[in-house]
Design a binder for this molecule. Structure first.
Ligand code: PXP
Length: 251
């Protein structure tokens, strides 16, 4: 069964709407862990629209699972990661205009630059992943740049699935993710996945045996706003468990 890292950015989004103290993403992270999450993810964006530096620092001292910091590969962020020492950094592209991370990082376009970033992080024992589109050239580039892991952007699959496109459309996206996951593992990379995954579309992705971890934010936090964090994390873990036990029965 893939591990579940819960992204708590949107708890901070609510807090920042009032620029006050509540709700605290640190409290949300602790509740997610108590419900069984295997890790916590936060994205410290350049414009600090949700997660703040203070959140990452307190999370580092508070959570007992795995802290994954999503960040742009900039000198400022690299220094922040070295100072705060998350267990893992996921390098993501960033544009101020976007509502959320819209595509994968174009690693192939800047392998040398990213190689410097990954080595600076790895010296400090930070595990490095690159958030990429599921494409061969990006996988090869991530390996060349020294990443240990890739996180596949699942947005195209999720959009095709959620907006009721015909089966062919989302099946094609799913097949691509599956094939590329096999390629990535063959080239010595670990594979994670995320973006747009929800309670309806996650099971096909969870059934891909090469995928080790899912990073899920929006759908879990949305459900948590109505049903609570404990219930929402448990519901997601229940789907992951059921999917993988069914997959192994078929084999
Ligand atoms: N993975 C990465 C790299 C992301 O940038 C995001 C969004 O912050 C996610 C996963 C989670 O996406 P969602 O909020 O749609 O579950």
């Amino acid at each position: 069964m893939p591990k579940l890292s819960v992204n708590v950015d949107h708890i901070a989004t609510i807090r920042e709407a009032r620029k006050c103290r509540e709700p605290d993403p640190v409290a949300a992270a602790v509740l997610a862990e108590l419900a069984g999450a295997n890790g916590i993810t936060v994205h410290l964006r350049e414009d600090r629209r949700h997660i703040q530096e203070r959140d990452v620092k307190i999370l580092r001292q508070t959570i007992s699972t795995k802290l994954n910091l999503e960040m742009a590969p900039t000198p400022e962020m690299v220094q922040f990661a070295i100072d705060s020492l998350p267990d893992m950094v996921t390098l993501v592209p960033e544009s101020r205009e976007e509502l959320t991370t819209e595509g994968g990082l174009n690693v192939a376009a800047k392998v040398n630059e990213l190689e410097k970033v990954t080595s600076s992080l790895k010296i400090h024992h930070i595990y490095v992943s690159c958030f990429i589109d599921p494409e061969i050239e990006q996988i090869k580039a991530a390996k060349k740049a020294g990443a240990s892991c890739v996180e596949f952007h699942t947005g195209s699959y999720c959009n095709a699935f959620d907006y009721g496109e015909d089966d062919m459309a989302w099946q094609m996206e799913l097949d691509k993710i599956e094939k590329m996951a096999q390629m990535a593992v063959k080239s010595g990379l670990e594979v994670n996945a995320g973006h747009g995954l929800n309670y309806q579309n996650v099971h096909y992705i969870a059934a891909i045996p090469e995928i080790q971890e899912l990073s899920i934010g929006h759908s879990i936090i949305s459900r948590a706003s109505l049903l609570g964090m404990n219930q929402s994390v448990k519901d997601m873990l229940g789907i992951l468990e059921k999917t993988t036990s069914q997959a192994s029965t078929v084999i």
